[in-house]
Design a binder for this molecule. Structure first.
Ligand SMILES: CC(C)(COP(=O)(O)OP(=O)(O)OC[C@H]1O[C@@H](n2cnc3c(N)ncnc32)[C@H](O)[C@@H]1OP(=O)(O)O)[C@@H](O)C(=O)NCCC(=O)NCCS
Length: 159
């Protein structure tokens, strides 16, 4: 399985993250601002990074199901933190394992990241909703929407 196939199949299986797109677009994501972990030649973990207002957001955090609970999530986020130069970093999640990783690495829960970041985050959330609607990803919308009040915004403001 190559990296693009792994990413497509893992995104399809995980309803808490963005939906899979085309092979071409996923290849662009893999060549872009992201961190990856390999076991030999095999991609086993992946996360994306992008500027959201004044913060760098870590999103689409994925560890291969066979490798979970072995510290790979923590290793991946540590790698992301090393590569990020922005001193304000955020990650939104309602996944308890992800929350544990972020907490252990020094992130704290923040309600208000500032007007600019909050506005861009809200726009991105709406864009993601439209993209899921266009792809008829109703199960994904339900999965992400049903616990919307349990999402926490984890932030580190000085690395
Ligand atoms: C979230 C995810 C990235 C975590 O990866 P992982 O490799 O299992 O993470 P780690 O093994 O480094 O650490 C997980 C920690 O959470 C703990 N944990 C696991 N399940 C937990 C739960 N239900 N409640 C609280 N803590 C939990 C583990 O014990 C571990 O803590 P430890 O380091 O003290 O032992 C992985 O489960 C995943 O890919 N999930 C699907 C996609 C997803 O939901 N991504 C998050 C979207 S932002």
């Amino acid at each position: 399985m190559d990296d693009v196939e792994w990413l497509l199949s893992t995104l399809s299986a995980e309803l808490e993250v963005r939906p899979p797109t085309s092979r071409r677009r996923e290849a662009r994501y893999l060549a872009g601002n992201c961190v990856k972990l390999y076991h030999g030649e095999r991609l086993i973990a992946y996360a994306e990074m992008r500027m959201v207002g004044r913060h760098m957001e870590i999103s689409t955090v994925l560890v291969d199901a066979k490798y979970r609970g072995q510290g790979k999530g923590k290793e991946l986020i540590k790698k992301a933190l090393k590569s990020i130069t922005c001193d304000k970093i955020l990650c939104c999640t309602k996944n308890p394992a992800m929350a544990k990783v972020l907490h252990d690495l020094g992130f704290t829960v923040k309600k208000w990241p500032g007007f600019y970041t909050y506005t861009i985050l809200s726009i991105n959330t709406l864009r993601r909703l439209f993209s899921m609607l266009l792809r008829f990803e109703f199960k994904r919308i339900w999965q992400q929407g049903k616990g919307i009040h349990t999402y926490d915004m984890f932030v580190i403001e000085e690395k």
